[in-house]
Design a protein around this ligand. Structure first.
Ligand code: BGC
Length: 249
């Protein structure tokens, strides 16, 4: 099936048409800047433009950077607070004229990796961490997702919130080299390991393509691998998620 997969992030809104049978992108990936402030109206207009540029009128799967319960945003760390409580799926459907299916961005990236990527056929506890403006997490056990884990917001032993200390945005903000940032990120992964003992850790988001630049700083026991889809896991996973939600004929 063909579905437009969209990954809404704190800095970019990226989309491509995805073949959900294979996980392949069937169109070029288009990236538009996330409007600032990222209000529902401004993000909706950008999404509408992305849909228009794909000449698309079918279902749209969306990974969104917030806890999402039944289409409603419950948090808003890196987008405008006015999203909280909004039925974002319905709102975007109105704005685009397309049926929209929405879930947390890290959760959908995890779906793509578990189905086609680095977590394929993995039956243990798998943690996916997406590294971007925020830190997103998804947990799978025996292939089943526990949604909305929001573990980028835990407090580390240094008293700082993990995503404030070790996200891609923190690396930019503090002008860190990969090594220096890797030490911080390792503090985060070590904390996650001490609390949850995953069998496998998969990294997504922009930094996943740079894993070799900070892998020496990573000391956790679990294997740490880059997402097979790298930064595109969110787009592919959003389409896979939408497919599971489509009304059955
Ligand atoms: C949000 C999560 C999101 C993550 C990555 C965090 O700030 O709270 O919902 O998955 O950023 O975008």
């Amino acid at each position: 099936m063909k579905i437009l997969g969209v990954d809404i992030g704190g800095s970019g809104i990226k989309g491509a048409i995805v073949d959900t049978e294979t996980g392949q992108l069937l169109s070029e990936r288009i990236r538009l800047e996330t409007p600032q402030p990222a209000t529902p109206e401004a993000v909706g207009l950008t999404l509408r433009e992305l849909v228009r540029q794909h000449d698309w009128d079918g279902p749209v799967g969306i990974g969104f950077p917030a806890a999402i319960q039944h289409g409603v945003a419950r948090t808003a760390a890196n987008i405008d607070k006015s999203f909280i409580g909004l039925s974002v799926a319905d709102y975007f459907a109105e704005q685009t004229g397309c049926p929209c299916y929405l879930a947390n961005d890290a959760d959908v990236a995890g779906l793509a990796e578990m189905r086609f990527g680095a977590g394929r056929d993995h039956n243990g506890v798998v943690l996916i961490v997406t590294i971007g403006t925020g830190l997103g997490t998804a947990f799978f056990t025996n292939g089943q997702l526990l949604p909305n884990t929001e573990l980028g917001h835990i407090l580390l032993a240094n008293g700082l919130e993990a995503e404030v200390f070790a996200s891609e945005a923190a690396r930019d903000r503090d002008g860190l080299k990969w090594k220096g940032w890797g030490i911080r990120f390792n503090t985060y992964l070590s904390t996650m390991e001490a609390l949850f003992w995953p069998d496998l850790i998969i990294l997504g988001g922009g930094a996943s393509a740079k894993l070799e630049k900070f892998s020496e700083q990573i000391t956790v026991k679990a294997p740490v691998v880059a997402a097979s889809f790298l930064n595109q896991a969110g787009i592919v996973g959003a389409a896979l998620y939408a497919e599971t939600q489509l009304p059955r004929a």
